[in-house]
Design a protein around this ligand. Sequence first.
Ligand code: F0G
Length: 459
Amino acid sequence: ATVQFEPFRVKTVDALGSASAERWNEAIQEAGYNPFNLRAEDILIDLLTDSGTSALSAEQWAAMMRGDESYAGSRSFYRFEKSFRDISGFEHIFPTHQGRASEHIFFTALARRSELTDLVIPNNTHFDTTRANIELSGIKAVDLLAAPGLDPALDHPFKGDMDVARLSKLLEEEGDKVPLVMLTVTNNAGGGQPVSMANIRAVSEICQQRGIPLILDACRFAENAMFIKRRERGYADRTPKEIAREMFSLADGCTISAKKDGMVNIGGILAMRDARLAEDCRNQMIASEGFPTYGGLAGYDMEALAVGLQEVLNEDYLNYRLDQAAYLGSKLEQAGIPIVRPTGGHAVFVDAGAMLPHIPPLQFPAWALSVHLYEIAGIRSCEIGSMIFAKKDAHGGELPAPYELLRLALPRRAYSRSHLDYVAEAMAYVMQNRRQVRGMAIVSQSPVLRHFTAKLAWI
Ligand code: F0G
């Protein structure tokens, strides 16, 4: 057949929120022009995030009925552990309540171990909460994305790759301060772009030479594996699971938000090979997260995760998944909208800086676009730009982020093609009338992770 369709049918339905433009305009005003403050009931199509928003499968719901709620040593833990070990090969596997909990436990354990006070952790691009957790542990977070990833319009198969030369230089100059190197697959903050196996291998080799562990931020490991299958020479005939196994084999551990490719509504993973580090994490974990066989999750959550980790590697699912983003991306391009090319796995990233050149970066063009899109169409999206990633200059002023992106994130197995057509139509309308979109100013903000709580106003 030439028609492409979703590889599932709907079994349970969930009504969309408000379809009233009048309500959208009131609601965003009440929310202080911050989409994070909106109520779901006021949202027609919610593309804020692909995190925790997946539809569960019948198999996951069935497994959840088997949830073993024993405080310690539950059967559900062992089923989860077996499922993830099958994919990752890691010896020490802990469940956590979500990705940032894995990060917090890991970085706190690391910072405690080290006698140095000026540690540095490089990544292709640290996600916002990862950066925050590193910085809260008193460690410096640096981004070493290779050049192609910084150019939104450039077509390149692996725009999530790390700049290996800059990594080598950093390790040569201050290797003793680097407790680990991270790689985020796929690179969410840079457009959901994949990292090639060749790059993971090159980074892994550099790390090995210096005895520095390589830790994957592997929230979207299955999407990354599928991109490798599609785009990297030598992988076309391998299964996504085989490719995922190879990715993990090159690393010494991982932090995962299972709310993405774990296909669950809540959950995280922390895993590693090193027994001593695992011991430190276990101790840290008991104090803040929970006993290591439940880590902040119910038994039924671990059951859903055990199944989700395997389902996500299904090739029909992954083809549908990557094609869905590509479909929305191509519709936006047909309307002349600049997007990050090629489309990533979990979202379409609109280049709001290029789309709205009349709005300067520190008037938050991508934020303004997200508010405007909600006002006219009830679609919630997410800014990935200067609201999240601006830095302070030496005088306390703000330096804009390297790009101003609007992320249209796609919840897994949740929205149909006609929902995407609606989004594309709304975006095309905004494009035609883009001079009407004004800049925004911050009215109030918090010192860290300000985007979650800031209040704004139109200029
Ligand atoms: N790392 C990456 C690459 C992420 O995208 C996220 C979350 C996390 C870590 C943290 O995981 O939310 O479970 O604590 N990203 C979500 C998003 C929130 O919308 O992209 P968490």
